[in-house]
Ligand binder design. Structure first.
Ligand code: AMP
Ligand code: MG
Length: 310
């Protein structure tokens, strides 16, 4: 996608004025604001109707910009070198001298940090003198946005500006890994756990459904399209939309396919768009056929399981 410098200039101007705007990333669109400003961060929570105790991910251009705010450890450095910029979020300890808004962290001593790969948002970050706090651009508990029109559908005029960046290439949120002690996955996402494990050369535990919820990605109800979803379905009921991983020969208007040949990465990329499409096509419920529980299939199943709790 071509970089439109006039758009980036407009985005920069609004962010400098402590406004919040939608920004494109390779995972999903975000609602971004100055992470050093309480005013900007409060606006993000208000727009999203997000509970105050759900801290925000802070987006940086590179490691140099992060050093002022967080303590960096060896596991982080290894993963940063291999995967950043990219679809992975790190939980790190905040430095006492950090300027990050306490609204963004909800007073926590830790920070969720990401380096997005999208060239437009990278260009924007490079030209700011603060990092951007940005949770996903959706109303809390609802489905995330992967295009600028998804964001406009959800927020309408309430959002001051949507920085156009085309469709998000990955289409699901980042994988969150807590690196403060033994590495722990807090949310499955756009980078496979096996891939992270290979670089760290140690076992990573998965803690995505804890008794005490520490990140919204762990909420039991989340990513909901606003209509009921049934999982692992073989036989659909009358009037249901049927969501399948792989295209098949049945050409019925209520059949929706996530990929041509059953490629799980492609399926993850199409998941949110397809759920939105089914809702727009006015189906009242969705039946989902079994999705292999490996690689990106685990992320898809995680999202659908939470969306099905609606
Ligand atoms: P979202 O951007 O809406 O996909 O959500 C951001 C995710 O990062 C949420 O699950 C947050 O709770 C999580 N997060 C942000 N800050 C922290 C933190 N300090 N510790 C643990 N998780 C965090
Ligand atoms: Mg979210």
């Amino acid at each position: 996608m071509k970089i439109n410098l006039a758009n980036i200039k407009k985005a920069k101007k609004l962010l400098n004025k402590r406004e919040c705007i939608a920004i494109p990333t390779e995972t999903v669109y975000g609602i971004g604001g100055n992470a050093y400003s309480d005013t900007a961060c409060k606006k993000i929570f208000k727009l999203k109707k997000r509970p105050k105790n759900n801290p925000l991910i802070v987006h940086y251009y590179d490691l140099k910009n992060l050093e002022a705010d967080c303590d960096l450890n060896n596991d982080f450095k290894k993963l940063y070198k291999r995967f950043c910029p990219g679809p992975i979020t790190f939980i790190l300890n905040l430095k006492k001298t950090s300027k990050i808004s306490k609204v963004a962290t909800n007073q926590k001593k830790t920070l969720a940090v990401r380096f997005p790969k999208h060239p437009i948002t990278r260009n924007l970050l490079k030209n700011l003198n603060f990092p951007i706090a940005a949770p996903s651009a959706n109303i809390s508990t609802k489905i995330s946005a992967v295009t600028s029109s998804d964001v406009k559908d959800d927020f309408g005029k309430k959002i001051k500006y949507v920085l156009e960046g085309g469709k998000s290439l990955i289409g699901v949120e980042s994988t969150i890994v807590d690196l403060r002690k033994k590495p722990q996955i807090l949310r499955l996402g756009g980078l496979e756990v096996e891939t992270i494990q290979k670089i760290l050369k140690k076992k990573i535990s998965i803690n995505i459904n804890p008794s005490k919820i520490s990140v919204p990605g762990q909420l039991k109800i989340h990513y909901s399209p606003g209509i009921p979803i049934r999982l692992n379905v073989r036989k659909i009921q009358k009037d249901e939309a049927f969501l399948l991983i792989k295209k098949n020969k049945i050409n019925k208007s209520n059949y929706y396919f996530l990929s041509e040949k059953g490629n799980l990465k492609e399926a993850a990329k199409n998941l949110y768009t397809t759920l939105r499409k089914i809702k727009k096509d006015r189906y009242k419920s969705i039946a989902v056929s079994k999705i292999p529980n490996k690689g990106f299939g685990k992320t898809i199943n995680d999202r659908l399981m939470r969306a099905s709790k609606f």
